[in-house]
Design a protein around this ligand. Structure first.
Ligand SMILES: [Zn+2]
Length: 71
């Protein structure tokens, strides 16, 4: 499994923009799908133009989904 690092580039589908976008891996605070808990400073893939978190590498993923990835 590839381990991503801050500043790595990738591609993912932004649900907000509904298109494939270029992403940058960066550390962010993200809100879990329960809307209450946040994960601090985890490595995620985000689309710079709208700030949407479009992916979370497995090593950074807790056992819960993040709101922006959930249905
Ligand atoms: Zn977007």
């Amino acid at each position: 499994m590839k381990l991503y690092q801050e500043g790595d580039k990738g591609q993912a589908i932004c649900r907000h923009c509904e298109k494939i976008v270029a992403t940058t891996f960066e550390r962010k605070d993200v809100l879990f799908s329960d809307g209450v808990e946040t994960a601090r400073d985890i490595l995620v893939s985000a689309y710079d133009n709208c700030g949407e978190v479009v992916g979370i590498p497995a090593p950074s993923t807790p056992a819960v989904a993040v709101r922006s990835l959930s249905r």
